[in-house]
Ligand binder design. Sequence first.
Ligand code: ZN
Length: 270
Amino acid sequence: MSTADRHRVVEELLPAYALGAADEGEVRRVEAHLAECEGCRGELAAWQGSTEALAASAEPMEPSPGVRERLLAEVSGGARPERSDAAPSRAPFRIAAMIALAALALAALGWSTLGQRALRDEVGALETQVAELETRLARADTELARSRSELRSAEAVLALLAGSSPSRDVLLAGLEAAPNSRGRLIVDPDHRRAVFLAGRLPPLEEGRVYQLWSLKDGQPASAGVFEAVADGTAIHVVEDVPEEAPDAWAVTIEPEGGVPSPTGPMVLMG
Ligand SMILES: [Zn+2]
């Protein structure tokens, strides 16, 4: 074998040698060549340096399949017969092998830890997405309910306007609690239905609604609850208007859901 050939063969053996995974014959061949080749000595130093760097690094590093195979054979112990005469020269490389094994263990740990973290992040991101979608869905439900109610109001107004039966209008004026507010109730007595329109209603605190009342002989009867939109306007359909025309109509501010008889401040009356 020529010097150049030996150099090429040994150069290929250097990584395994640095990891302590070279067999007896390889060790001898490498060491004989190292004595006469400065290039390979430098190469070996680099490999030994990277072995230590591998051991010191928490980043996952995958050893080449050949090196891994040799390492696994080294660990299992039975792959190659040990010879006692080689022991002194191999001792430093056992340390290298342990370093390499530690590096492998670190690499494996790195992978699984990183893998778990990635999975946890993935799950967390998915949970956030689901929560966002649920929020959006709830908001869409609320908007749908509002749209349906507005549509019902619009239909009621159109029916009133198109109806042949004469409607009766009741004007409501703002009281002290809301002096600028105005209301108008368009009653269809034949169908016992009314549409209530209001403007410039003051914004309400959380958990408060407006409630419309009909008053007869001083006795209030609820005509339903409603909310105003941001600009203070409201439209509310009253089904089942009292057969006998009430003496008056009024709007009060009440807890969400409404109450059987008025408790809050009165804002409109007419
Ligand atoms: Zn060489």
